[in-house]
Design a protein around this ligand. Structure first.
Ligand code: IPD
Length: 262
């Protein structure tokens, strides 16, 4: 199988899901709660996920799928699609523009293609392992920040109260050390913002594979270091993403605050 084919399929799926979400959003959205009363899934998350799964498995029925709202489907081809139909569901629910559709293709367990659609901005981010990262077809690269004190840093919070209590303690210590903090509401778009040089760095605890897979590759391919603490891989414990010029400073500011605990 060619990566170009997976990329084409992923791009078309993310675009179609984005069109459905943008054009088909009812005036009043129905939703259910998930892990906490503030963690929601709307009828449109489910509709977009159905569209993505039908699109991808319609073309490649032997692939596996891991999707935020639908759990896991086994496959036999070695390709697994990791999907988030809406990253930034709370923004979508409130009619705010910061939400994205994430489609990643893993081959034998390694993310090779990542696509993040930001429909409200008409932007499509793509990353292909070893080949680069693009926004609307134009190559993107991280910025070259050097001073943590001048860095604009993105972050996000989990839905559980205990997790948030720890996260706010980390935030309280980080805020005086940087230019400012942004909490925009979509981890995938935060990572794409690092990729495009619109944020100088990003950190968050608690990301799930569907939040990280596509956008993490895009950030890496744009030149970011994407990792956890002390050389651990980026994952649910912690994701730190930043250009190489500032990664160590961000990491070293975070490490004593134990942002991977709680
Ligand atoms: C959430 C968003 C948010 C981040 C949370 C994620 P969802 O994803 O990415 O920015 O802070 O950790 O759970 O729930 O909107 O798909």
């Amino acid at each position: 199988m060619k990566l170009a084919d997976l990329r084409e399929l992923a791009e078309a799926g993310a675009r179609s899901a984005g069109e459905l979400l943008l054009g088909g959003r009812p005036e009043t959205l129905t939703f259910e709660t998930k892990t906490t009363p503030t963690d929601v899934v709307t009828e449109m998350d489910k509709a977009a996920e159905r569209l993505l799964v039908e699109h991808l498995l319609g073309a490649r029925p032997d692939d596996a799928v891991l999707a935020e709202e639908g759990g896991a489907t086994q496959g036999t081809s070695g390709v697994r699609w990791v999907l988030d139909p809406i990253d930034g569901t709370v923004n979508y629910l409130y009619g705010l523009p910061g939400w994205a559709v994430c489609v990643a293709a893993e081959v034998d367990g390694v993310v090779e293609v990542g696509v993040v659609a930001h429909p409200a901005m008409d932007e499509l981010y793509v990353g292909v392992r070893g080949e680069g990262a693009w926004c609307n077809g134009v190559p993107i690269a991280v910025g070259e920040p050097t001073e943590l004190a001048q860095a604009l840093i993105g972050t996000g919070f989990g839905y559980a109260v205990d997790r948030r209590t720890t996260q706010v303690a980390v935030l309280t210590s980080m805020l005086p050390q940087v230019r400012d903090i942004r909490r925009m509401g979509s981890a995938a778009l935060d990572l794409c913002a690092v990729a495009a040089g619109r944020l100088d760095g990003y950190y968050e605890r608690g990301l799930q594979p569907w939040d990280l897979a596509a956008a993490g590759l895009i950030a890496q391919e744009a030149g970011a270091v994407v990792a956890g603490l002390h050389g651990a891989p980026a994952g649910e414990d912690l994701v730190i993403a930043a250009p190489p010029t500032i990664f160590e400073a961000l990491h070293d500011a975070l490490a004593p605050l134990k942002p991977n605990e709680g």
